[in-house]
Design a protein around this ligand. Sequence first.
Ligand code: SF4
Length: 374
Amino acid sequence: MKKKLGIYIHIPFCVKKCNYCDFNSFASDKDMQMNYINALCVEMKRNNEAYKDYVVDTVFVGGGTPSILIPDLTKRFFDCLYSNYEIDTNAEISMESNPGTLTKEKAKAYKEIGINRISLGLQSTVDSELKILGRIHTYNEFHESFMILREEGFDNINVDLMNGIPEQTFETFSKGLEIIKELSPEHISIYSLILEEGTPFYGMNLKLPNEEEERLMVHSIPEILGSEYHQYEISNYSKKGFECKHNIKYWKRDEYLGFGLSAASFMNETRFINTDDIKVYLNYSDNKNVYTEFDVLNIDEQMSEFMILGLRMNEGVNLTDFEKTFGKSALDVYGDKIALHIKEELLERKDNHLFLTEKGRDLANYVWSDFLGD
Ligand code: SF4
């Protein structure tokens, strides 16, 4: 039987840079977009023979703003993907899309191409908060995009939201979440704003919600979303059966290949990352690789990742799988740390699973840091 593979494709172009963004994304013109898609196709073709024993069961197109591309260019790189890799007929094929760039014509093209899951970057339902974030769209434009997707038959939509936005209050956050719940998307991701160095927000005098308000926002999510949604990862909620299969690969350490600028791959216990220099990426030839980092993980690093990534998920770390993978028990390797965090009520063990408690999710960084290598 063929092995399963996830594929990530990075489209680095955005209309304009958001004030909090530290992703590798930037403005572009048509020529650059065309050259980039050509380079993507070269990269996809370059190693395809090495993956003949794999069948791709998830594809995720992220960015940047993949929906900035005209349908012809989107179709072009999907044609390259389909002609170089075997794609499972039931594959989850996701694409990130930004309100303000999505049209009916594009949504129709996505359907024809075979994209079956769209992730809409909203962040907030409040226009003044969207403005502070530097987003290019209003809430109404998001609503329009959502409706276009539904009209075109998309039945698997994610909405990205954010907490910790400057000027955001518990009321604006919770009301926004209620508005989104009413729309009934299949999946909702809610991330906390992080002020990253090098972004316009960094060092600015922002009126941020305090820690207590932020915790209140996070703790209110399950109650607002109710039983229709369940949390399956620290920042992700979905209706049953609509968990993001591609992202689960990251947390379960399944294999995936990344194509495009700065794209990361994980194959055969090796992590490799493509160049983040657009000039280098556009000019590389088909016999040269574009990796700038190539890291073969040792056993300690593999075990550490297994614990940290596994604990992101609500089902937690499967201790039986740990033992099957590494030939020793997680309790033998991390016994003292696990016992300490269970005593602190940050971790809980049920049957063969070890997972973060609600208190543990608040202090996740502290728990994870204990599983990092020395
Ligand atoms: S749309 Fe996304 S990738 Fe583009 S600048 Fe904003 S946050 Fe960054």
